[in-house]
Ligand binder design. Sequence first.
Ligand code: FAD
Length: 320
Amino acid sequence: IEKIREAAADGRTVFSFEYFPPKTEEGLDNLFERMDRMVAHGPNFCDITWGAGGSTADLTLEIANRMQNMVCVETMMHLTCTNMPVENIDEALTTIKSNGIQNVLALRGDPPHGQDKFVQVSGGFACALDLVRHIKAKYGDYFGITVAGYPEAHPEVIHSAEGATLEAYSNDLAYLKQKVDAGADLIITQLFYDTDIFLKFVNDCRQIGITCPIVPGIMPINNYKGFLRMTGFCKTKIPAEITAALDPIKDNEEAVKAYGIHLGTEMCKKVLASGIKTLHLYTLNMEKSALGILQNLGLIEESKVARSLPWRPPTNVFRV
Ligand code: FAD
């Protein structure tokens, strides 16, 4: 078993896929079929999310086990503090340890549904930093620990359309450094659509002494409404050119997907050109967009990917 931090540090361009636990048995079967096809392309690792508020705990544990031992891909399981007294956290960690899983994404988690503030559960942790400290103290170096980073600051500290204040952004960064100093090996970022913001964030992290790999979280646009929902929830800035490109095609699902692949490719090219060699793809349990981007980047073989039409900038057919 190889911990992710070792694989990410060897200089190759590597990519990873993120999945979430499906709601139905049929969805689960589909996910594993898809995962098998995607893992054939050689991701560095794959991860499985922890349902909001711990709603999918058992399923996440089961999927993580199958990923590591049956799909045979290096697996990282997300774990959050929401509704989790420390005994439950340890139960989850000892379960994955006994299944040979060595990688955890340590998160605070969002407030439970219907609440707008995160409340520390009795006997539980207040933030991801507590969880990182606990994992280190109790499990030593067994787990490779990843934490979340927010290129635009965490949405809780963003109170205007202009984004976080410099002070809030700096506090968020200082806190991220505490998570790394406490033992995190890797940072995966929240989704973003302005690559310059991500590159500035990396630079700012380096300035304050964060030296671990910072992996950009890339979420291909698959669907217009989903994109608006996600960016609204995360308070993500959307560059004007993306709005302009999407507006004329927003009702054409295929065109939106094709644009999503085009945009994702361009974003990744810019990231890779800066010298960063790791890409994390939020697949939303779909394969076409993530694989389309990797194929465009020449990171996977074309022959293994189902063909889809390339994106073209929208043209006004009435004016031609
Ligand atoms: P923290 O790192 O604890 O930070 C939360 C906020 O509180 C930040 O603004 C931070 O600066 C502030 N803060 C906390 N403690 C301190 C302190 N001591 N001093 C100063 N500031 C402090 N959610 C899920 O439910 N399941 C998942 O599987 C999941 N996966 C995710 C994967 C990634 C890559 C990312 C980016 C997010 C994911 N989330 C997931 C969402 C995440 O749970 C939420 O964003 C949550 O609100 C914050 O979690 P965190 O670990 O970033 O929190």
